[in-house]
Ligand binder design. Structure first.
Ligand SMILES: CC(C)(COP(=O)(O)OP(=O)(O)OC[C@H]1O[C@@H](n2cnc3c(N)ncnc32)[C@H](O)[C@@H]1OP(=O)(O)O)[C@@H](O)C(=O)NCCC(=O)NCCS
Length: 197
């Protein structure tokens, strides 16, 4: 199954997760040029031109099979672009993949990413047949750490000097969620917005 096409659009109660595409290039540019979003994303420089957004979208939309995917997160009620999320570095021999995510600052603190990632994680374990989903988070990015802990990830330790950025090395926490823990967890539906936003 690992060489077949696998990625599809996803839905949650309040959100549509659609494959990133040129339709969203202005949103993608705004997102990755924003200093609030890029503050702890020390594996890349913030965007300064629309061409960079186009390059990113082209990369993410190369034909499958590929080892990465990005969804844009769209609020259903008004079609607002909230952010993006996805997978990269899919290790198909060991069924491991890295999760990534970002919301525009106006939409922080409302539970949107928790809702989106619950579906993305389900997709990872059930459709990508992952055994382990991992995340690497800048040690000062408390919101991101809290998000993964809320979703059941366990903190494993610190990867020292994980990224070199503008002449400095940055430590990152490594967090992971295993399929067996996710299956056992009664909490996986806990943070759904049962009452809407
Ligand atoms: C990481 C990031 C996505 C986290 O955003 P977030 O808004 O904290 O996450 P959620 O959308 O899941 O919202 C959860 C927050 O909303 C609150 N919330 C409010 N209403 C809620 C509801 N109905 N349901 C769930 N949570 C709700 C939660 O209490 C939580 O706040 P808290 O952490 O202060 O307790 C965001 O900070 C971001 O995009 N940062 C920039 C990019 C980045 O660093 N990405 C990660 C790289 S590793």
């Amino acid at each position: 199954m690992n060489n077949k096409t696998v990625f599809v659009d996803l839905e949650t109660k309040n959100l549509s997760l659609k494959q990133i595409s040129m339709e969203y290039k202005e949103d993608v540019f705004r997102q990755f040029s924003d200093e609030n979003v890029s503050k702890y994303l020390v594996d890349a420089e913030p965007f300064v031109s629309m061409e960079e957004a186009e390059e990113l979208i082209n990369w993410y939309t190369s034909p499958e099979p590929r080892s990465y995917h990005r969804w844009v997160i769209i609020r259903k009620t008004d079609s607002t672009f909230l952010g993006t999320c996805g997978y990269h570095n899919w290790d198909k021999d060991n069924n491991i993949c890295e999760i990534g995510y970002d919301l525009y600052k106006d939409y922080w603190g409302k539970g949107y990413m928790t809702e989106a990632l619950q579906e993305v994680i389900k997709f990872g374990f059930e459709e990508m047949e992952l055994n382990r989903i991992q995340g690497f988070v800048h040690t000062q990015n408390h919101k991101s750490v809290n998000l993964l802990l809320r979703l059941g990830f366990k903190q494993e330790g610190i990867i020292r000097d994980k990224h070199l950025y503008r002449g400095n090395y940055y430590d990152h926490f490594c967090l992971s969620l295993l399929k067996r823990e996710w299956k056992e967890s009664d909490e996986k539906d806990l943070f759904y917005h049962k009452d809407g936003f």
